[in-house]
Design a protein around this ligand. Structure first.
Ligand code: NAP
Length: 334
């Protein structure tokens, strides 16, 4: 199969808003290096983390092709990939840099084969978000049946999957989401209580969570909103509970003086997915669990939209403008 020399990709040269996302059609198709395979991406995931690399909240070398995950087909093998038993034509889902592109040279160690019966769309829509959900409930805090959990932004890409995973574990889940449509969507997932934290009553979600839990508070809070919800999250966690801060959708949280933990003997966690799946064994282990949840339909993905690559600025505006539910995907060839 002959490969093109140039491709379409979204390149960021300088930090800024969605306007710095440059759709280019003259980006070189990479040659797979040591331990890499060249993947023709069918679909790429758009994650909130991509906005952090765009704005500089998280550092990364520029210029860069944005995007951190995609699913597609192997079109060429680089040197020293034999041990992964991959071949041209295999369907892969992968994590790594440069996903907003038609072709990416991907580390074979960070990619896994998509099981038969799962589409590339489902694989990309569930990969980073689903692995995050699973590791949050197993590694960061081991959620047990009948425990009270507060989950913020439950209608988002991670939120929808984490809601389902929590219910699958038998937790009692209180979720927050912004707006009637999002609230209805999360209720449909079987979540016990859903609070619209943007309407008049729901703005006082701290009071509502305390009422629901008879004044006791929750065992664990999963907070990816950050700045705007952080103080409330610390307030509604029960004595000896855990607050997990795993994202900055409204901005990073302020520094926390450690003596604040002692009043209720609480624990704070600041996890990162990549830290939980650093080794091949860890990646394969958690992918096995994710694929099992998907193929058994215990967890279902919800795709907000598949944006053409040319519409990447709109996609980032929608995501940061809180207009989306579930996962945003990108078609790199459109
Ligand atoms: N630590 C890790 O390893 C890890 C891995 C993956 C994702 N994450 C984090 O998980 C979070 C969710 O990621 P995602 O890609 O699935 O995004 P997402 O949840 O689909 O989108 C972010 C959501 O956050 C809510 N939000 C609240 N305040 C906001 C504000 N001021 N601006 C924008 N959004 C706001 C919005 O929902 P409402 O309208 O309902 O408020 C929005 O839809 C992100 O913070 C991300 O960084 C962390």
């Amino acid at each position: 199969m002959s490969l093109p020399s140039f491709q379409a990709a979204v390149v960021v040269e300088k930090l800024g808003g969605p306007e710095v996302l440059e759709h280019r059609t003259d980006y070189p198709v990479p040659t797979p290096g040591d331990g890499q395979v060249l993947v023709r991406n069918a679909v790429s995931g758009i994650n909130f983390i991509d906005t952090y690399f765009r704005t500089g909240l998280y550092p990364s070398a520029k210029p860069e092709v944005l995007g951190r995950e995609a699913a597609g087909t192997i079109v060429a093998l680089g040197p020293n990939t034999e041990k992964h038993q991959l071949k041209v034509g295999d369907r892969l889902v992968w994590l790594g840099p440069s996903a907003y592109a038609e072709y990416t040279a991907v580390s074979a160690a960070k990619a896994v084969k998509i099981p038969d019966g799962l589409s590339e769309e489902t694989a990309a829509a569930s990969f980073m978000s689903g692995l995050t959900a699973i590791t949050l409930v197993q590694e960061t805090y081991k959620v047990k049946k009948d425990e009270w959990v507060l989950l913020h932004a439950a209608a988002g890409g991670v939120g929808i999957l984490l809601s389902q995973v929590l219910k699958h574990l038998g937790a009692k889940v209180i979720a927050t989401a912004g707006g009637k449509e999002k609230v209805a969507l999360v209720k449909d997932l079987g979540v016990d209580h859903v609070i619209d934290y943007r309407d008049e009553k729901g703005k006082d979600w701290v009071k509502l969570v305390k009422e629901i839990t008879n004044g006791n508070g929750v065992d664990v809070v999963y907070d990816s909103v950050g700045k705007d919800t952080w103080e409330g999250s610390l307030e509604v966690v029960k004595r000896k509970g855990t607050v997990v801060w795993f994202g900055n959708s409204s901005g990073p949280v302020p520094p926390l003086p450690l003596p604040r933990l002692s009043a209720k003997c609480i624990k704070i966690a600041r996890p990162s997915l990549l830290g939980y799946i650093e080794t091949r064994e860890e990646l394969v282990y958690y992918c096995g669990q994710l694929f099992q949840l998907l193929t058994s339909e215990k967890v279902k993905v919800r795709i907000h939209n598949v944006y053409p690559l040319t519409q990447i600025r709109q996609a980032h505006q929608d995501l940061e403008g809180r207009k989306t539910t579930g996962k945003l995907l990108l078609n790199p060839s459109a």
